[in-house]
Design a protein around this ligand. Structure first.
Ligand SMILES: [Zn+2]
Length: 250
């Protein structure tokens, strides 16, 4: 079974024993001369408790990564965020302000500033990553066409500040690694990896081969669980979403 924490543990073990240097988004952006970097980032869209479980697994392998939290009632849970920080991970802001402001960029930026303040009451925030809702027509990162996140003390945006022409990008979006068919907004402009990765096992063998110069792995922790009924629910929900996305993409 794929997308279980047992599988994730194996993925971490593979990364930890590989010759890649695993980095948070923050550390990657600050290091100007990285060599064989593997950036690990997570979008916490739902079920933050599953993010905490993932964070604990990484910690057991001595790894650090970045967790992007949305500000919605179910996800923004300070006690969980603080526990993830205590494990040595970076917390980032998974913003969706253009969606929330229904496309009004001015309103969206004010909301961005306010939500960032909420975050900073409990944790340092230096990187951000847009949330992609396939059902809205807005792309949240478009606010940076008119404004600069640097004015908010932010050093980088995960889609905009990493040059993916030299960093191979892999995401579990659509429950299928780098299957762009299931990605509507989770897309990077120039992905240096052109092949097909269908399963986490495929991804692990690619890491072991070490053919990619640098890598970025993005997951959604809510998809990863060892509880079988929950796992089935995620699978069913994903199938419905993929059908919907196929229609939207058409
Ligand atoms: Zn998201």
């Amino acid at each position: 079974m794929d997308f279980t924490l047992i599988k994730y543990n194996k993925l971490c073990k593979t990364i930890a024993t590989s010759d890649y240097n695993y980095l948070t988004v923050h550390d990657f952006l600050l290091k100007s001369n990285y060599n064989r970097a593997l950036i690990l980032r997570h979008d916490v869209d739902r079920k933050p408790i599953r993010a905490l479980k993932m964070a604990q697994i990484e910690n057991q392998h001595g790894m650090r990564s970045t967790y992007y939290f949305r500000i919605v009632k179910e996800v923004f849970r300070p006690e969980i965020i603080k526990q993830i920080v205590a494990l040595g991970h970076e917390i980032g802001y998974h913003y969706e302000v253009l969606d929330k402001a229904k496309g009004d960029i001015k309103k969206a930026v004010i909301l961005f500033e306010n939500e960032l303040k909420e975050f900073r009451k409990i944790v340092e925030i230096s990187t951000i990553c847009m949330h992609g809702n396939p059902l809205t027509s807005w792309v949240n990162k478009d606010i940076w066409k008119e404004y600069s996140f640097k004015d908010f003390g932010i050093i980088g945006e995960a889609y905009l500040s990493i040059d993916y022409s030299s960093v191979s990008y892999f995401t579990d979006t659509g429950r299928a690694w780098n299957n762009s068919k299931h990605s509507i907004k989770d897309i990077v402009k120039t992905n240096s990896y052109k092949g097909k990765i269908k399963s986490t096992d495929d991804l692990m063998s690619l890491i072991m081969k070490g053919t990619q110069e640098n890598m970025c792995i993005s997951t959604h922790p809510n998809r990863w669980t060892d509880n079988f009924p929950d796992w089935l629910q995620e699978l069913a929900w994903q199938n419905i979403k993929n059908m919907g996305k196929a229609i939207i993409n058409k």
